[in-house]
Design a protein around this ligand. Structure first.
Ligand code: CA
Length: 192
C-alpha cells in the first residue's frame, strides 16, 4: 500500500514537473525552445557575461558590432502547456553594452502571449563591461490558458560589445493557488 501511495505521489509530481515551462534553466541546452536569429546557449562566462543567479548555462545574444535596428537580433520562445489560471512568471534577465555611443543600447524583453511583462533596457557605456552590471530577477503575475506563448527578445544595436541573456524562466502557481495546494496535501495523506 505504501509503495502504491509513493508511486502515485511520484506520478503526480511528474505531472506537475511536465506542465509549465520546459527547460527554463537551459540545463538541457536549448531543447524545448524555438530559437531565431543570433540567440544561443551561453556558458562559461562568454566574453565576460556574469553567471546568472541560478547558474549557467543561460540563453541569449552576445555580439561585437552586431545588431538590428528593426527588432531583436535573436529570440527564444515556446508554448507553455498544461498550466491554467493565475500564475507567477519568474526569471532572470541581463542586458549590458560597452560603447562610447550611449545610443547603441540593449534590451532583453520577456513576453507572455505577445505582451511585454518584464524587461531590462540599458544605454551603452564606454567605461563599463558586462561584469559591472547585475542580473535582474523578476516575478510577475500572468494568466495562463493552458496554451500560452512565452518569448524572450534580445535586442542589440551594434555596440563594441553587447550582452543580453535570460535564465531560470518558470511559471508557478501564484501564492493563493499554492496555499490551496499545500492545504490539499494533508487531506491526501489522511486518505491513505
Ligand atoms: Ca541556467
Amino acid at each position: 500500500m505504501k509503495t502504491l501511495a509513493a508511486g502515485l505521489l511520484v506520478l503526480s509530481l511528474g505531472t506537475v514537473a511536465w506542465a509549465g515551462v520546459t527547460n527554463g534553466t537551459f540545463d538541457d541546452g536549448l531543447n524545448g525552445w524555438t530559437v531565431t536569429g543570433g540567440a544561443g546557449l551561453q556558458s562559461g562566462n562568454p566574453f565576460g557575461l556574469p553567471t546568472s543567479p541560478s547558474g549557467e548555462p543561460e540563453a541569449g545574444v552576445i555580439s561585437s558590432w552586431g545588431g538590428d535596428w528593426n527588432g531583436p537580433l535573436g529570440t527564444i520562445s515556446q508554448i507553455v502547456i498544461g498550466v491554467t489560471g493565475n500564475q507567477t512568471l519568474s526569471g532572470e534577465i541581463f542586458a549590458a553594452a560597452h560603447s562610447g555611443d550611449t545610443w547603441r543600447n540593449v534590451k532583453t524583453e520577456v513576453l507572455w502571449n505577445g505582451a511585454v511583462v518584464a524587461e531590462i533596457a540599458r544605454d551603452a557605456d564606454a567605461t563599463l563591461y558586462a561584469q559591472d552590471f547585475p542580473w535582474t530577477q523578476f516575478a510577475v503575475p500572468v494568466v495562463a490558458t493552458g496554451n500560452d506563448t512565452l518569448e524572450v527578445k534580445f535586442t542589440v544595436h551594434f555596440a563594441e560589445w553587447s550582452w543580453t541573456a535570460a535564465d531560470n524562466l518558470q511559471v508557478t502557481p501564484e501564492p493563493a493557488a499554492l496555499g490551496l495546494l499545500v492545504l490539499g496535501l494533508p487531506l491526501l495523506r489522511r486518505r491513505r
